[in-house]
Design a protein around this ligand. Sequence first.
Ligand code: BGC
Length: 661
Amino acid sequence: MKLSDLTIEEKLRLICGKGAWHTEDFGGKLPAVFMSDGPVGLRTMYEREDGVWDTYPAVAYPSVQVLANTWSEDCARLMGECLGEDAAERGVDLLLGPGVNIKRNPLNGRNFEYFSEDPCLTGTLAKAYVEGVQSRGVGACVKHFCCNNLEFDRLHQSSDVDERTLREVYYRPFEIACEAHPVAVMCSYNRINGTYGSEYKKGYDVLRGEFGFDGAIISDWDAVRDRTAAAKAGLDVEMPFNERNYERLVADFKAGRITEAEIDACASRVLALGERVLSMRGQRVPKRTEAERAEAAKTVAAEGAVLLKNDGVLPLAKGAKAAVCGYYAKPDDVKTLAGGGSSQVVWKDASFDLPAQLTARGVENVYEQGCAIDTVWSVRMDMRRARLNASASDVNLVCVGTGNLIEFEEGDRRSMRLPDVQEKLILETAKENQNTVVILFAGAAVDMSAWLDSVAGVVYAGFPGMGADAVLADLLTGARNFCGKTSETFPYELADVPAAESFLSAGVTRYQEGLDIGYRYFTSYDMPVLFPFGHGLSYSEFVYSDLTLVPTETGVRASFSIENTSERDGAEVAQVYVHECAPLVYRPEEELRDFVKPFIKGGERTTVALILPMRAFAHWSASRDEWVVTDGVYELRIGASCTDIRLTAKIRIENGKISVL
Ligand code: BGC
């Protein structure tokens, strides 16, 4: 159907969605685009016979932050493909994900749904995820555009951000993800420099005009205040259908407050959305079975688990007897193993039992919950028995965390610390057993200052999804190797984070730290942290060597070798940071520009090569309103984390030409 086939009444109706999850189809004349959350598993809702809304169970994948901890485009593509297949099976046309908002503050209640504090890692993985979803004949919707970096007062607050920071940090993941031609982008609830995300014409123009976005912009659910202003800005579909907003739009049109041409611009993009979705439906062919998708979820959980600390206690010694405690080893409800809100999935297989998985691998163990998530009552009830078990065992595994009661949409965490009872469980049982390993089930960085020195090991499992009990048992026993690295800094405490100051200020949130987010700040100001960005241990050892740089037509080619000097096979995430030696404008100490993750057999060595384009050296010039590469000397730093730099080399850039120093 063409735009000219529609009456103005129909066009006004078309840009307003239908019900909670569809676009308008005029009784089958157009394809009704069917949308579902979300980023970490399909949350398709349906109305039961008794009229109550329910959710279909689905494969529950690890949270996006675990996906980011994989530092693996292959994992992101795999998870995208599987989600696309899940969606295709339910007839869903548009998957409402991934979320690419930057982690400016560790307390943000939705950090578990987002990738990272770094735009390069976020954008690169989001692009692979979108490619994966869309390769299965299902559209992806990149969200939330933009600067929805806290949940507090998310419907009203304004994110006050300067243009350079927007370009280099907050827009950048959208820019990279747009290379995958996502079917849609979702606006954010908040205001950006005073303008609602649903009316953010300036940003939409950048998306469409500069990032090559050619899909539809849809609203976050109920994010539209004024449908007329949103349509004038270029927001194509309001979701869900809102009778009042629609009637006001019709009245505004009649009163001449919006022109037919402005309605047409949105309506034509909704028609294009329908056509694109229709042709994508034709690309859906059966791919993996559901069991294979559940297995893929486990692959991501395994690659995303981060071994933060290991004083030699892991892998568990053969024949070691383990005490296991903590609610998360065997939760009463698997919902508490994930963050809450629109991304919460009803698990297809709702079992999670780490003690049983350890038993299945021959690890004799005894389990005692020890305490609940956060109740004083349970401290009195069982902590004594957890202590006794710890003292009578070779190793003590404490499973602590947050989950949907602490990390959820529409609210932020109150503290970076774990609930008191859980910290107490760690400390009390660690007193009884020096081989204590903490396994952390949380969606964001946790302040470990109260207990880190008392334990011998820490595994950051994140919200690892379905089947991760088996994965963790494999990792603990050494049947699998660790290869995840942190996608966000773990500061000592919240007060160390520059954004902490501006958090929870009413009305306006000033992003006064500018570019100094996460490791960009900590490395620039030489601030010590608990675990730096990009950190993660392995059972293998890796040695880096032979960095060679060669200028190319479009940038510089960097190659280097990594040797696995251990006997164990393993994968290593090597990170490439750029440092400008004498900048003319403020630049953070170093910025991630690329990364690789080769798998290297024990005793073997591999050479990796990558190309850094000119853009890797550019900054957004506030005086020229464009990307600028200044003449000067730049250092390339190859690191096992942002502070564990293993190799460096310098280049000079002069008049756009690179020479190696
Ligand atoms: C969330 C979106 C989600 C939508 C639909 C909103 O509250 O912010 O991320 O896709 O609901 O469930």
